[in-house]
Ligand binder design. Sequence first.
Ligand code: DUC
Ligand code: ZN
Ligand code: ZN
Ligand code: ZN
Length: 479
Amino acid sequence: QRLDTLITNATVITAADRFVADIGIRDGRIVALGEGLAEGAGPVGETIDASGLWVMPGGIDAHCHLAQPLGDGAVMADDFASGTRSAAAGGTTTVIPFAAQFKGQSLRAAVEDYHRESDGKAMIDYAFHMIVTDPNQTVLREELPALIEEGYSSFKIYLTYDDLKLNDREVLEVLALARREGAMVMVHAENADCIAYLTELLEAQGHTAPRYHAEAHSSIAEREATHRAISLAELIDVPLLIVHVSGPQAIEQIRWAQSRGLRVYGETCPQYLMLTADDLDQDGFEGAKCVCSPPPRDPAAQQAVWEALESGVFQVFSSDHAPFRYEDDKGKKLHGEEASFSCIPNGIPGLETRLAILFSEGVVKQRIDATRFVALTATNPAKIYGLYPRKGTIAVGSDADLTLWDPEARVTVRNDDLHHAVDYTPYEGLELTGRVVMALCRGQVVARDGKPCGQAGDGQFLRCDKPTPARPRGQAKGF
Ligand code: DUC
Ligand code: ZN
Ligand code: ZN
Ligand code: ZN
């Protein structure tokens, strides 16, 4: 049978191996992997010579926010069209953004709304996590079990933000539900009362500049909530994933849990490697561009995050892309420059730069090896969120989601060259080594030399299996 595409002389890198091979693609899937495939292949649709290039699984960005409705009327700059276009340009071929429930809303309605929002717009494949903010009896008994069964097998909960947070009793209820139904729970671990207390104190002293955001979101508040979330999950005997971990205090808690055999997973993001709290302290209001939660910390925290990536404390590396414009069309900054830090929407853009940053700063600088890069950016998120082995690896039978890297290319990050709808990148001027020269999603070329070339609507919605890593350890009593 005829191959649609044959990639020759690829240095294939998976989470486990590195080898030179040809990759045969038919009907969007990898159907052959081996040496000298061209000889016996017969006619081939397109041949791509990958000599000198590294071929890795397409990136999976398992934590990004697109077109997410926000309580306070703020809107996200990226919808599924611009967000997935930007992701593809950077080598990401699957995204998992969030269908967010607001309190009082049916979870089913939140998921249906999000399908309407995304239908026909995505250039690459996508699945949904849910955000559960209102775990009432209907949600717990009917909606969540049914949705998990239908392919929405992960959800995020918050321990902070008034309009999102759950109390400890509610956390226990959703953890028990996740255990029964086999879902993966992600938690935003910051202590809400600590942040509210510190925010009031700072604002009362007139400390309202963007840099005070980092003080209000103390690493102690992050550590406490991380410890509490782990304890509640241990009580229920259910796995848990701590998202966007910023530094050593929370890392210690995760390492402690893992060393005791608990199935506690960790995620970190580019901002915790590349930024510090000093980046919030810039001329004028510029520091607002680096406001995210948890905030970036200090150089010692960056070092601790690198060590945790290297040693395996973290399984997942995501962007946490949360796209807000710095200025509106009329040049007005959101809420005005006089606004307190507590009014700045939390989050920074990063879909398109995520892979290049970890490749350059991690792989090229030899802090992590290429197989771990693949594990963190593709294989582990696929496994943890129930998409493996369809996504996240290079194997016969898997989707032909591939990135072709020139490991020596030099690139300078410029927002003008990015494809999101945000008017800045916190990484402006950053010089990186390594570039995705081509990305394929299910065998179709979706980006070339940093430019997207797919079609909106080509991306498919993915239903997620119940993830193996979400299985409890044993039979805890009473559940
Ligand atoms: N949490 C996120 O996951 N993203 C942006 C802001 C936040 O608090
Ligand atoms: Zn969060
Ligand atoms: Zn997020
Ligand atoms: Zn405001």
